[in-house]
Ligand binder design. Structure first.
Ligand SMILES: [Zn+2]
Length: 509
């Protein structure tokens, strides 16, 4: 039996992740006890995921049909297929041949019951990205070719450029200058407070004789530039959302925004003077550690924006389709803004081309694209797409073995945490308070373990073969904002709005 690593580089998307990187991610998914198994790597470079006529893919299916494969590992679900019904059929075939299926980015595997997979695939619950990937981030970190090198330009205040080797390449990375970083933190903290304007902050810095910026005086412009720079923030998913909502192209995967590293915004400089036009900008996560917490950083952004009284401020209600809506005319992201009060006394949100507002070189669609209308339409389309798989209710006997295995793995994880806790305690130097906390944690872990064992027992004693009924459409109907957004994120690549305001959905799968 062999493990197949399958990689495909899309023709659809420029800048899509390379097959080599995909394979690196996949390798990280192979468990220690599987290392002795034969690993077959199959690659389709430059093939579309729209159909299954791909050499590597066909080779894989032949191997599976011959019963030679125990497991398939991919970087992302859409590497297998972009067609939902194809995808489900392929999964069905995997299942028939007892092939486990693991996806690195969506982080699930089919050693848990099949039905759960379908639900997980379609319902990508909000915590999905946050919790389940987090364990993997450490592994991903080692291979993060998506992480940025310094993009050049003058080094930001607070850092110096030092030579570094990343991915065996000689490059430079930012290294903090402690005295200057202290100033940076101070600036953010003061500005985040009540009643402190940029002007007032400037006065405070001058009055306190704080170290001036690169030898020159502090000016409000310089302070403002510091406050806006993501190089200082410990970029987490909030920061990701913030930039994504502003139409910035996100270069680094969401999963890597762990609240540790700084980020760099870069792109065409000719529009940089315009604070709100970020549509040509890109954001990449850097290799240096951030120095300001994301909540303080975001507080400062809101204040800066409020002070400028921007018409399309961050406080605008967003849409769960945010970041996915594209103007066909100019290719820019469309973001939601509030309209004026209409005859009925309502204020409606509508999607506005960012190219239209800031560059005057795109007039956007000829009619208003109301967010509510677009959301309703997309909601219906997703419902329709989900109903395609209605026939795939899982009527199998509940696979207790797999569930028990899953629970056992969880117990192992708890035991590992216990061991780590013990090691920490044994390494000494624990004060009374810490010891108290450690005891509490130990008790908590013990309880978790007991609960898991109880679950296993319950499963083993309960032999009723109940059919697992999966109704994705039902889940979708009851989905809240966050779930809707997550589902839209995984299912939809883009929504393209043409001149007449018609929407075309480009699906991920
Ligand atoms: Zn446009």
């Amino acid at each position: 039996m062999a493990i197949v690593i399958y990689a495909r580089k899309s023709v659809e998307r420029e800048n899509s992740i390379s097959c080599e990187t995909q394979i690196e991610y996949c390798k990280a998914m192979i468990k220690p006890d599987e290392r002795s198994e034969k690993i077959i790597t199959l690659i389709d470079n430059g093939f579309s995921g729209g159909n299954v006529n791909r050499d590597g893919f066909q080779k894989m299916m032949t191997l599976i049909q011959k019963g030679k494969v125990s497991k398939v590992v991919v970087y992302k679900l859409d590497r297998i297929s972009r067609s939902l019904s194809d995808f489900v059929n392929i999964l069905q075939e995997f299942k028939e041949h007892k092939v486990e299926f693991v996806s690195s980015q969506e982080s699930f595997d089919t050693s848990s019951p099949y039905g759960e997979l379908i639900i997980k695939l379609l319902m990508v619950f909000a915590e999905f990205e946050r919790t389940s990937i987090i364990n993997r981030v450490t592994q991903a970190y080692a291979h993060r070719s998506e992480l940025g090198f310094y993009m050049g330009g003058r080094q930001p205040y607070g850092f110096e450029l030092v030579p570094a080797f990343i991915h065996n390449k000689k490059t430079k990375m930012l290294s903090p200058i402690p005295a200057e970083i202290e100033q940076i933190r101070y600036i953010f903290e003061i500005y985040a407070g009540e009643n402190v304007s940029l002007r007032r902050l400037q006065d405070i810095l001058l009055a306190e004789g704080r170290i001036p910026l690169n030898g020159s005086d502090w000016t409000t412009a310089k302070i403002s530039a510091i406050l806006k720079n993501p190089i200082y923030v410990r970029a987490d998913s909030e920061i990701y959302d913030y930039y994504e909502h502003h139409g910035v192209r996100m270069i680094t995967d969401n999963a890597l925004f762990t609240g540790e590293y700084g980020a760099q915004l870069y792109g065409r400089s000719k529009h940089r003077s315009c604070d709100t036009d970020w549509s040509d900008m890109k954001l990449v996560l850097m290799t240096h550690r951030g120095v300001v917490d994301s909540d303080i950083w975001l507080k400062c952004q809101r204040k800066l924006e409020k002070n400028k009284q921007l018409t399309n401020s961050f406080s605008n209600p967003t849409s769960w389709l945010a970041g996915k809506v594209i103007c066909k005319k100019c290719g820019h992201t469309m973001t939601t803004i509030k309209g004026k009060i209409n005859k009925n006394g309502e204020i409606r949100r509508y999607f506005n081309c960012t190219g239209k507002t800031h560059k005057k070189n795109c007039t956007g669609p000829d009619c208003s694209v109301y967010a509510e209308d677009l959301e309703n339409m997309v909601y219906d389309c997703i419902s329709g797409k989900l109903s395609e798989i209605k026939g795939f209710r899982n009527t199998d006997k509940k696979n207790h073995a797999a569930e028990v295995n899953d629970l056992k793995l969880k117990i192992k994880a708890v035991e590992k945490a216990e061991k780590q806790l013990m090691d920490t305690l044994l390494s000494g130097g624990c004060s009374g308070n810490l010891l108290e906390l450690a005891n509490q944690r130990a008790a908590q872990l013990e309880n978790e373990k007991t609960a898991l064992y109880e679950k296993i027992e319950k499963l083993n004693s309960n032999d009723d073969a109940k059919a697992v009924v999966i109704e994705p459409t039902k889940y979708w109907r009851t989905a809240g904002y966050e779930k809707k957004k997550s589902v839209a994120m995984i299912m939809i690549h883009q929504i393209i709005i043409d001149e007449k305001g018609n929407a075309q959905i480009v699906w991920n799968i």
